[in-house]
Design a protein around this ligand. Structure first.
Ligand code: 25A
Ligand code: L14
Length: 338
């Protein structure tokens, strides 16, 4: 075991990569040397870490000599190309992309839910999809207590999940529309300003989107229970940061809204904000920059015997991506797995 590690961030100039660099600093991760990589577009840019500017280099197959931990967030194609090379060079990879999540021998980890599953790995650990992470953090304690049979979820997802260009597109379209100018639509298939688009990631044969099916498959893998039925509708909304989710669950045993509130108040990584009389419930604008998964609007579903409704909000770039990845790296360090 070392005191400090050489850490690489691949995709360092992206929305998630930027957040990774600042969270490494914020949490005082034991970094000996930090190496930053992206495409040739970003080569020669600088990103500040602990008061010093670090140069961004183009990632190549030879980038990983001497790297202990490589945090990847440059899209699935780059992970497929470079993550095995990083492992060959002796690094452990925490991968944010969708490339390896459903591979049977690659662990898919949310520390609050299945931290034990991290041990059996062959050098790559996958970080789940953002919408799935915040949902399972809130649902695991309920599943352990009373068993969840079925989940029906609709998401309200921020544009930052798509990256910096999408953040810019929402801002630009908003400015242009308010100035009565023509808008440009390039990242999303439709105007996103003042609109909701029921379409995230590509459509599949079954007419669901990939994002929806990630929520189905990844939930079962992380919760280690294939019997949970999941039905998802994922929607892009004109919000910069934080995904919100309306979640309905059917449980095996009865649980009251009061019991759910008490259970989640003690749950790791969760903060309950649920005081409707004072108009208090989780909001995306209040959750940005925070680490917790916020849960509110907890109600019994009056249309079935054992049902609960709730509203779950979390910062998609933090718990949904960069923070969860660094929490995984912290476990690797703590449990001597590097
Ligand atoms: O394939 P997936 O898994 O579905 O992932 C798709 C995208 O989702 C984001 C991430 O976008 C990714 O590209 N993402 C991944 N995991 C996520 C998660 N868990 C997630 N989002 C949420 N939760 P991103 O913008 O956050 O990060 C992109 C990073 O990847 C680098 N990159 C791209 N191609 C690369 C590459 N690195 C190495 N080799 C390659 N071939 C990318 O660096 C960025 O760091 P960059 O240098 O390409 O971009 C630097 C800046 O330039 C902007 N930009 C990008 N493309 C263009 C561009 N500008 C002009 N023209 C372009 N064609 C970027 O916005 C960035 O700011
Ligand atoms: O992690 O919001 O699979 O556009 C792919 C699409 C993350 C977010 C993933 C988006 C994502 C994303």
């Amino acid at each position: 075991m070392k005191d400090k590690y050489t850490v690489a961030v691949v995709g360092a100039t992206g929305a998630v990569g930027n957040e990774m660099v600042s969270i490494l600093e914020e949490r005082n991760f034991p970094v000996d040397d930090l190496r930053l990589f992206a495409s040739e577009r970003s080569e020669g840019n600088y990103i500040e870490f602990k008061g010093k500017n670090r140069r961004v280099n183009k990632v190549t197959k030879d980038s990983f000599h001497g790297i202990d931990i490589a945090l990847f967030s440059a899209g699935a194609a780059r992970s497929i190309e470079f993550a095995p090379e990083a492992v060959k060079s002796g690094a452990v990879v925490v991968d944010n992309s969708s490339a390896f999540r459903m591979e049977p021998d690659i662990p898919l980890i949310v520390p609050e839910v299945n931290r034990h599953a991290i041990k059996k790995n062959n050098g790559i650990i996958a970080n789940p999809n953002c919408s799935t992470i915040q949902m399972v953090v809130a649902l695991k304690p309920i599943h352990d207590a009373v068993g969840i049979k079925r989940i029906v979820v609709s998401t309200y997802q921020a544009v930052s999940g798509t990256g910096k260009k999408a953040i810019h597109e929402l801002a630009q379209q908003t400015r242009d529309l308010l100035s009565l100018k023509e808008i440009t639509v390039s990242i999303y298939p439709h105007q996103i300003a003042f609109n909701c688009i029921p379409h995230i990631d590509a459509f599949l044969e079954n007419d669901y989107t990939k994002e929806e099916m990630k929520m189905v498959h990844e939930t079962k893998k992380i919760m280690e229970d294939d019997s949970i039925r999941v039905s998802a509708t994922t929607v892009r909304v004109p919000v910069f940061h934080c995904h919100s989710e309306s979640v309905n669950i059917e449980t095996s045993k009865k649980i009251t809204a009061h019991e759910v509130r008490a259970l989640l108040s003690r749950a790791p990584g969760v903060k309950v904000i649920d005081d409707p009389k004072n108009f208090s419930y989780p909001l995306s604008i209040n959750s940005a920059g925070r680490d917790e998964v916020f849960v509110g609007r907890i109600r019994e579903d009056e249309s079935i015997d054992n049902g609960i409704n709730m509203w779950i909000v979390s910062d998609n770039l933090r718990k949904g991506a960069a923070l969860n990845a660094i929490q995984i790296a912290e476990i690797l360090v703590k449990e001597n797995l590097i």
